[in-house]
Design a protein around this ligand. Structure first.
Ligand SMILES: NC(=O)c1ccc[n+]([C@@H]2O[C@H](COP(=O)([O-])OP(=O)(O)OC[C@H]3O[C@@H](n4cnc5c(N)ncnc54)[C@H](OP(=O)(O)O)[C@@H]3O)[C@@H](O)[C@H]2O)c1
Length: 286
């Protein structure tokens, strides 16, 4: 008989709050690391309606949770519930990781941008952020976190192109120096880019594909997609067929999770081939 996973009276608790949350791969990911490191801990899905968010967070803290991840639609509400914000959260204007300190202080972190940059370093190691401008398609929460992290990581210029131009303009104004706006479909911005990132929800399962003509892109440019369901979007397939180096959204998801895990469970876990296979096994390829 194999020994089941047994919790003790001192199990460390964390989880992910979302509405809905059933689609989240985070319990699988953190569960893998907990088992791998033999940690007396649990990471659970927490479906919480928007109107109950702040009460739920304070209740989790009072119940002895170490903290939690926060996903759609709560990332802005999480920003508001914090007693203290790390610079990453201030810069991203949203929080995806909450840490409850021993005295009850709620600390907010945003690890999305860091996750993207760390994923890029691991998956496209011969690419440097300093190489040239990045063109980001989209101006939502994901674009904001990635744009801030790219600038902070040395990218000389980030250009935002969004369907709703005013949203890109507002974001560029908030992020300040080195962030510009281009028209949606602007081919010259594409031609100048060293890195193209899809930060829209286009290409996601049940969404139309992102329709962008890659012929204007320099051959050395890297193409990345934040979408991770499916793992290989039409954009990535097209880019790979043209010889571009590519990265899907899964590395970002895996790398952003390391910070929370380390804060709650006391070990900084690795993103290695075994973890990638385990999490990817639950996500359709195309
Ligand atoms: N890999 C990861 O760890 C990770 C982390 C965060 C997000 N993501 C993914 O990133 C994507 C965006 O997430 P988000 O949180 O930034 O969402 P969001 O804040 O809702 O922003 C959505 C973006 O998509 C654009 N968009 C939606 N439908 C469009 C269409 N038909 N044509 C053109 N643009 C369209 C929106 O443009 P408008 O402003 O014009 O509406 C907006 O820029 C999602 O697929 C999400 O799963 C992945």
């Amino acid at each position: 008989m194999s020994i089941p996973h047994v919790l003790s009276g001192t199990t460390r608790l964390a989880g992910i709050i979302g509405w809905p949350v059933a689609h989240s791969r985070s319990p699988r990911l953190h569960g893998y690391w907990l088992a791998r490191h033999g940690i007396d801990g649990a990471y659970v899905p927490l479906p919480v309606r928007p109107e109950h968010f702040a009460t739920a967070v304070r209740s989790l803290r009072d119940l002895g949770f170490r903290g939690c991840n926060v996903t759609i639609p709560h990332k802005e509400a999480a920003f508001a519930v914090c007693d203290r914000l790390e610079p990453s959260a201030e810069r991203a204007g949203a929080v995806n990781t909450l840490v409850f300190e021993g005295d009850g202080t709620i600390v907010g972190i945003n690890t999305d941008g860091l996750g993207f940059v760390a994923g890029l370093a691991q998956n496209v190691p011969d690419f440097a952020l300093t190489e040239g401008p990045a063109l980001l398609l989209g101006a939502g929460g994901g674009a904001r976190a990635v744009a801030a992290a790219l600038r902070d990581g040395g990218c000389p210029r980030v250009v935002l192109a969004n369907r709703t131009r005013s949203r890109a303009e507002a974001l560029a104004a908030q992020l300040g120096d080195g962030v510009a706006v281009a028209e949606w479909g602007d081919r010259s911005a594409l031609g100048e880019a060293s890195l193209l990132v899809n930060c829209t929800s286009l290409g996601m399962k049940d969404q139309p594909p992102l329709d962008v003509a890659l012929d204007a892109l320099a051959p050395r440019a890297v193409v990345a997609d934040l979408v991770y369901v499916p793992r290989e979007t039409a954009l990535l397939c097209d880019a790979a067929a043209r010889g571009h180096r590519t990265m899907g959204g899964l590395p970002m998801l895996l790398h952003q999770a390391r910070v929370g895990f380390s804060q709650w469970f006391g070990i900084t876990p690795e993103v290695d081939a075994a973890l990638i296979d385990f999490v990817a096994g639950d996500i359709p390829l195309r």
